[in-house]
Design a protein around this ligand. Structure first.
Ligand SMILES: *[C@@H]1O[C@H](CO)[C@@H](O)[C@H](O)[C@H]1NC(C)=O
Ligand SMILES: *[C@@H]1O[C@H](CO)[C@@H](O)[C@H](O)[C@H]1NC(C)=O
Length: 545
């Protein structure tokens, strides 16, 4: 008896200890924080820039927003469809550090548009609706900068398109509603329009299910393009499909309006002769869901993730089950290489009034865990994030969450899901104070350091606890353009630590190789993190040139 008690004592003590901690149910599953009660516009699109400000915008034809333009300024646009004289803003810049925001002035309609950040750090945003469907807009990362617009900057109208940055710093703009082709910005030639029959083949009659395709630059320089339930690899310079991938088992669609989401999983072993690349797609809605939703029947969303090694000669989708069904979910790469699945609903689809049963709990996908034990339920928010909601990672490791407006205009009354102006942050469990002694603090290089390709980089950092040398990695993340549940250009590189030197007094130096090529890591501003035992440091900005 007494020996049994002795055996059980540590367990009992542990239980006793745990039961006295009030936040037991919260531990390890993330925390939510309300940042702003109203930013006055719907965050339909978000992009973090390298001065730690997030450009947020909705559309110009939602009616009057709740954010007034400064200095009595108004927008007089005879081509505008809803309000011809509009003294409210439809775009803003959110300053992460001071938790404040300022209105921006956008002239043409940015509704359901797309974008990429150019290597010099400007957001180049393309297309939209009506008078904005061929417009290119730019905004620089500076304290008082505002949009500059280039009318007719695109060859084709681009509405629900996807953009991707290229190794030479141009961007490619793919598809869009009734636009079965792609183009480049800046323009490649006078015509600048290249047909893409794959977008005709994947366009379900009456529903589409292939808008906002999931696009990733593969490690061989070709473009991986997923739409509906399958993907191709496109040699975009020669306009040639170089391979076709099998469809996801089950065959149900994953792209708009059956909106799931996708990420390119972190690229690692970058010095290897052949680098491998894997794509993960989660959520979506069964075929026919949109037709049913507009008739008032909201089918359960898909509850699966599908993962594929796109560089494999005979690739196959490996299926996993999520803790629940999910549509209109965002997928956010975290600094330690895990993926946060956040926002969205458990039934219906994307589109006006077409989603039901908000899913308030994020799911954490642990990239390197074995199949079957990768997905974990996280703590819930209390704010539904339905159609037109967004999420992006910040440099401090939090995830900024905003938006939600499934209505044709702003609508706060007598609707199931009122237009949402609240701004929140989700803090994954790695931010818990309990990990502060494990968490690295980067000492050098300084933020905004310039890095060349294929160079040796020495990073200095501090850790107060004993360092576990073989559990140090360095990751670099290209901050994405997020809209309609997809994060364009979201790309993470894992730089293996070849040598860690103890400098004494909790200081260490780690040597890594920067990415060897612009195909693996297109030029531009990245957030760089030192990760120790899965706990990331605050990031620093580095410019890969
Ligand atoms: C936005 O403004 C409208 C009209 O003035 C008001 O009814 C509504 O409550 C405001 N919404 C928020 C979230 O501030
Ligand atoms: C908001 O939605 C309700 C219910 O559908 C509708 O009656 C009302 O006209 C809408 N308001 C606006 C501003 O669109």
């Amino acid at each position: 008896m007494s020996s049994l008690l002795l055996l059980l004592a540590p367990l009992l003590f542990h239980l006793l200890l745990l039961s006295t901690i009030p936040s037991l149910t919260e531990a390890g599953s993330g925390q939510w924080q309300l940042l702003q009660n109203s930013i006055g516009i719907t965050a339909m699109h978000m992009q973090l820039l390298h001065h730690d400000r997030v450009v947020i915008f909705d559309r110009t034809d939602f009616g009057l927003s709740n954010l007034t333009l400064p200095n009595g300024r108004c927008r007089q646009n005879p081509k505008e469809l809803v309000v011809k004289t509009d003294c409210t803003a439809h775009a803003l810049e959110y300053d992460v550090v001071s938790n404040s925001f300022r209105p921006l002035f956008v002239h043409t309609n940015v509704w359901c548009s797309s974008g990429s950040v150019s290597p010099d750090g400007r957001l180049i945003q393309t297309g939209g609706f009506n008078d904005g469907d061929r417009t290119v807009r730019m905004i620089s990362p500076c304290p008082d900068c505002d949009w500059e617009e280039v009318g007719g900057g695109l060859a084709e109208r681009r509405w629900y398109s996807t953009n991707h940055i290229l190794p030479d710093g141009r961007q490619m703009i793919i598809g869009g509603r009734r636009t079965f082709n792609y183009e480049f910005y800046p323009k490649a030639d006078a015509k600048n329009s290249y047909s893409l029959p794959f977008l005709v083949q994947t366009n379900d009659a009456g529903t589409e299910n292939n808008l906002y395709p999931f696009v990733f630059l593969n490690v061989d320089g070709n473009m991986f393009i997923f739409a509906n339930n399958r993907a191709i690899l496109l040699d975009f310079d020669r306009n040639k499909v170089v391979r076709s991938y099998p469809q996801i088992p089950g065959g149900d669609p994953r792209s708009y309006p059956s909106t799931g989401s996708a990420v390119l999983l972190p690229l690692k072993n970058l010095q290897a002769k052949t680098v491998e690349a894997e794509v993960l797609i989660c959520g979506g809605a069964p075929r026919g869901s949109y037709e049913q939703a507009i008739k008032g029947k909201f089918l359960p969303a898909l509850n699966t993730c599908a993962r594929i090694k796109i560089t494999d000669p005979n690739p196959e989708w490996v299926m996993e089950t999520m803790p629940g069904s999910r549509v209109m979910n965002d997928m956010v790469l975290l600094p330690n290489g895990n993926v946060l699945i956040i926002n969205g609903a458990a039934s219906g689809t994307a589109g006006w009034e077409a989603g039901r049963n908000p899913v308030l709990n994020p799911f954490l996908y642990k990239t390197n865990s074995p199949v079957g034990s990768r997905l974990e339920l996280q703590n819930p928010s209390n704010i539904p994030r339905m159609y037109h909601s967004t999420a992006v990672l910040l440099r401090d490791g939090r995830v900024l969450v905003a938006g939600s407006n499934p209505h044709v205009y702003y609508n706060f009354t007598n609707v199931l899901f009122p237009t949402e102006f609240r701004l929140e942050a989700f803090s994954p469990s790695y931010l818990e104070p309990g990990f502060s002694n494990v968490r690295p603090t980067i000492v050098s290089p300084p933020s905004q350091a310039k890095l060349k390709y294929g160079q040796k980089l020495k990073l200095r950092f501090q850790v107060t606890t004993t360092l576990v040398q073989n559990m140090v990695t360095v990751t670099m993340l290209l901050p994405p353009f997020n809209t309609h549940s997809f994060s364009m250009n979201q790309r993470m590189l894992v730089l293996e630590a070849s040598k860690v030197t103890n400098l004494g007094r909790s200081a260490y130096e780690v040597e890594v190789n920067t990415p060897p090529s612009a195909i693996l890591a297109p030029p531009g501003y990245y957030m760089l993190f030192v990760v120790h035992q899965e706990i990331p440091s605050n990031g620093i900005w580095v410019q890969l040139i």
